[in-house]
Design a protein around this ligand. Structure first.
Ligand SMILES: [Fe+2]
Ligand SMILES: [Fe+2]
Length: 535
């Protein structure tokens, strides 16, 4: 090592985006969803851990509870959890008050408003919500509160000073605790950089693959003293990154990066779907593409829905310097737990964010991206979500993510409007988590356990998946978005075994598709395919 040695981030270094030590995702950043999740999930979880940490730690040892509400922090560090709880109560006091006001006022309004004019109830809006809400009825005289989310972002409920990036080197993919349940405490091997997500220095740091820097410059960027070099150096690498690979061949190239992340390139376009990208942990890793395999420029990064395995703030920040435009589903703007992804993306530093509604299209050279409806996956709650048809020349490729075929007619309609869709990427997580998993914090009371079990975040099973393919007259089916790759563990904790329903349905789906003459494959880790585009 000399003073001229240039460094980039080590391929095994992850940069977790945090809000007050918790991993940032769509339930922790936006003001309304974030306040409710903070009060009704995170604080309750910490209190429960402090009451009986052993129960939490025992549960964390059982793979079945990997994605459950259990804090994975050793008992010796209990005091740090107590300190985090106390700090949160002060630092996020305004958000906690907002959560109380939202719950109390919504409950009051439901009791009081039975169809009479809502005008007088504006006088009853609690102080923290005044000027931030509209009161309305549906046609059955059920009252609702609509939040002006953009105004709330500017009113002290969104605190950039609580944001940070935590760098740590992963010995293996399983080394991260489940993101929703375990806050990230300081560690001697990790470096936490207190920086707002929208800070341009974040882009400077993540450009290191293409533009490595001397140690001193990186240290200065992170605001570290020279004494921190012993911690910083293991997180960096002197090895140059693979040369960025921009496809300029005649055909359409699709590269699968794992889970729901796929890169489509043709006619000079580069479109990345649902980026969640695993770092490379070295020995024993599953072969896969990582950040260094992305092209230097992404024309569009496209998001299907707000679940943390599809809208990953960690990956989005890391690739922000490569893209001008993020494409997100149009917000429904009705439920407190359904934040606008457009506002959220802007707040985390994306300059250009486009919302696409069903059948709206973004024109590209020799192609387009068309948004289509996305049924299912949200436990019958109204959430912002889109599937997308990427048209590359004459090829149409559907990225359906966790779509379910709740109504085959929808797909008949899509075919009638857009034509047959030759290539389909579809998930088959047909078991799913119960309603309360990501939305429990938004309900006024814990959902009835009997209902909770029946309403699930689930996608298509084999029979419903086949109906989609038949309706669309598909020729090629790729089963993806299964959470199979080990770098999804800390996000989904699915703990599959060979006889898991999702995997047996996937096998049935692939076999039935093949019987019908389709090419069919379950994707895992890494895949590359080429399609002939035509014009
Ligand atoms: Fe999902
Ligand atoms: Fe998913």
């Amino acid at each position: 090592m000399t003073n001229d040695t240039l460094y980039r981030l080590h391929p095994a270094t992850v940069a977790e985006a945090l809000v007050n030590k918790w991993v940032a995702w769509s339930n922790t950043v936006p003001p309304v969803a974030g306040s409710l999740h903070l009060k009704n999930f995170q604080l309750k979880l910490l209190e429960s851990y402090l009451k009986d940490p052993k129960v939490h730690l025992d549960a964390c040892k059982n793979p079945k509870y990997r994605a459950g509400p259990f804090v994975d922090i050793p008992i010796e560090r209990m005091q740090e959890v107590a300190d985090l709880l106390a700090f949160t109560q002060t630092a996020q006091r305004k958000s906690l008050e907002l959560a109380t006001e939202i719950k109390d006022f919504q409950s009051y309004l439901v009791q009081e408003a039975k169809g009479q004019s809502l005008d007088p109830y504006y006088q009853k809006v609690p102080p923290g919500l005044q000027g931030f809400v509209e009161l309305a009825y549906d046609y059955f005289n059920r009252p609702m509160v609509r939040f002006f989310e953009s105004l709330l972002y500017e009113a002290g409920y969104y605190d950039r000073t609580l944001q940070s990036l935590r760098f740590s080197k992963q010995p293996n993919h399983a080394s991260r605790s489940f993101i929703m349940s375990t806050p990230r405490l300081p560690s001697p091997e990790a470096i936490e950089w207190t920086v707002a997500f929208d800070d341009p220095r974040v882009d400077e740091l993540f450009r290191l693959d293409a533009a490595p820097k001397p140690l001193g410059a990186i240290r200065e960027l992170l605001g570290l003293e020279a004494g921190a070099d012993a911690r910083l150096l293991p997180l960096l690498s002197e090895q140059t990154a693979a040369a960025p690979d921009r496809w300029d061949g005649e055909s359409v190239r699709v590269r699968y990066f794992g889970h729901a992340c796929a890169l489509v390139e043709w006619s000079g376009n580069a479109v990345l779907m649902d980026p969640y990208i695993g770092v490379e942990v070295g020995e024993g890793d599953v072969g896969h593409y990582s950040y260094e395999h992305l092209p230097p420029k992404l024309d569009y990064v496209v998001i299907t829905h707000s679940h943390h395995d599809h809208f990953s703030i960690e990956s989005l920040l890391r690739i922000r310097h490569k893209t001008d435009t993020l494409v997100v589903p149009r917000t429904c703007g009705v439920l407190a737990g359904d934040p606008s992804l457009k506002l959220l993306a802007r707040k985390i530093g994306f300059k250009k964010v486009i919302e696409l509604d069903a059948l709206e299209s973004l024109p590209l050279e020799n192609g387009e991206i068309v948004s289509i409806p996305f049924l299912g996956e949200h436990a019958d709650l109204l959430y912002s979500k889109s599937a997308y048809v990427v048209r590359a020349g004459r090829e149409r490729i559907l990225f359906a993510a966790d779509s379910d075929c709740l109504d085959q007619k929808l797909f008949d309609n899509i075919r009638a409007i857009l034509g047959p869709i030759e290539t389909v990427f579809l998930g088959m997580e047909c078991v799913g988590a119960p309603l309360s998993w990501t939305s429990g914090a938004f309900f006024p009371a814990r959902p009835d356990p009997r209902l909770d079990k029946t309403r699930r975040y689930k996608g298509a099973d084999s029979a419903r998946g086949l109906r989609i393919l038949e309706a669309l007259r598909t020729k090629r089916i790729y089963n993806y978005a299964m959470g199979l790759e080990p770098w999804l563990e800390h996000l989904l904790g699915l703990a599959y075994t060979e006889d898991s329903t999702q995997l047996s349905e996937s096998r049935k789906f692939i076999a039935s598709a093949k019987e019908r003459g389709m090419e069919a494959q379950l994707l895992f880790g890494k895949h590359e395919l080429f399609l002939e585009p035509g014009r």
